[in-house]
Ligand binder design. Structure first.
Ligand code: CUA
Length: 362
């Protein structure tokens, strides 16, 4: 297979690909040959028995044991070959080598989350070492998704309340696309992830640096989370329309709600919108934001609020007044104060358990 793939198959970059591809091409060429044979025979007979021809139409057709045996035996062999070949490939794809590197995958509307054995977690970005078997143990927090990496020839359903798994061994460094192939709601088509294959050394150093650095300021933290948590799939920063409201100029301004009321988009409004997305729907938008963000920690919430602040004039002024420059550690303290002191002690449990969220939006 050449590098960029063919008309029929995408580029191949795993040890499973040759097995799948050879089977595909066997079925493909068998179909081409049988199709050509049928069409050629048909055209010949059309020509032979056309109206003007003097072909002998009176001769009785006699049975031929040879032809009958051929059309029974040949297709049977063909089907058995495909079955055995396919079954072996199926087993190979289904059973991971015992020494495979295990990564947890969580599908949720509408993003992919990856958790590594050392606790690092990323969203929309999967890194794997080259030439090493990797096993993905997958589940979903909401509906049925399906994890598909065309270049690796792996695809498997991802279900709520159950683990499923696939494995692969990447053979080529590079970046590949992972897709969701089960219709799962409004942003299904944007539920993708980049799969980066690196050599072992690069992979390990990436793993060390991935996640949120402990010395990141709240705004920096928020910026990382904006991508890591997949906020960017629905909320733009440049004012453009998305599945959800843009964050540009949001903070500090009036927000129109679907029930006709108006609230000020302050830190508490933002906080509640993250933890209980269904409680205050912005006008013109649907109630489709996942409730799974209720599990964000206080630290993460503070970061997101600070980052959203940064997206409006008023918020920037506040950040500046509080002395929050992007590299100052004092920013953490200053920012915590502006999100509301009383909430710092709030547990980051289920979203329904937030004590002070309701009091905030008058
Ligand atoms: Cu998840 Cu489609």
């Amino acid at each position: 297979m050449n590098d960029g793939g063919t008309v029929w198959l995408p580029e191949s970059a795993s040890t499973l690909a040759p097995t799948i591809d050879s089977l595909f091409y066997f079925v493909y060429w068998a179909s081409v040959i049988i199709f050509a044979g049928v069409v050629i025979a048909m055209l010949y007979l059309i020509w032979k028995y056309r109206r003007e021809s003097h072909a002998d139409r009176m001769k009785l057709v006699e049975e031929s044991r040879l032809i009958e045996a051929t059309w029974i035996v040949l297709p049977t062999i063909l089907v058995l070959v495909v079955f055995v070949w396919g079954f072996r490939a199926y087993i190979k794809v289904g059973v991971a080598p015992p020494d495979a590197y295990e990564i947890r995958v969580t599908g949720k509307q509408w993003l992919w989350e990856f958790e590594y054995p050392d606790g690092t977690s990323t969203t929309g970005e999967l890194h794997v070492p080259v030439d090493r078997p990797v096993k993905l143990v997958m589940s979903s927090t909401d509906v049925l998704h399906s994890f598909f990496v065309p270049a690796f020839r792996v695809k498997h359903d991802v279900l709520p309340n159950r683990y499923t798994s696939v494995w692969f061994e990447a053979t080529k460094e590079g970046t590949y696309k992972a897709l969701c192939t089960e219709y799962c709601g409004a942003s299904h088509s944007q539920m993708t992830a980049n799969v980066t294959v690196q050599d072992q050394g690069e992979f390990e150093s990436w793993l060390k640096s991935a996640g949120i650095p402990s010395d990141a300021s709240p705004v920096e933290r928020g910026k990382i989370l904006y991508e890591q948590q997949g906020c960017n799939t629905c909320h733009s920063l440049d004012g453009s329309e998305g599945t959800g409201p843009t964050w540009k100029g949001l903070y500090g301004h009036d927000a129109q709600l679907a029930d006709g009321s108006t609230v000020t988009a302050d830190a508490n409004y933002i906080r509640q919108s993250i933890l209980k997305p269904g409680s205050q729907i912005a006008k013109g938008y649907q109630n489709i934001m996942p409730a799974s963000y209720g599990s964000l920690s206080e630290r993460e919430l503070t970061g997101l609020v600070a980052f959203i602040k940064k997206q409006s004039e008023k918020g920037r002024a506040e950040l500046k007044a509080a002395g929050a420059t992007s590299d100052s550690t004092a920013a953490a303290a200053a920012d915590s104060i502006s999100t509301g002191d009383e909430q710092q002690q709030a547990p980051s449990g289920p979203p329904g358990a937030m004590p002070s969220a309701e009091a905030s939006n008058q």
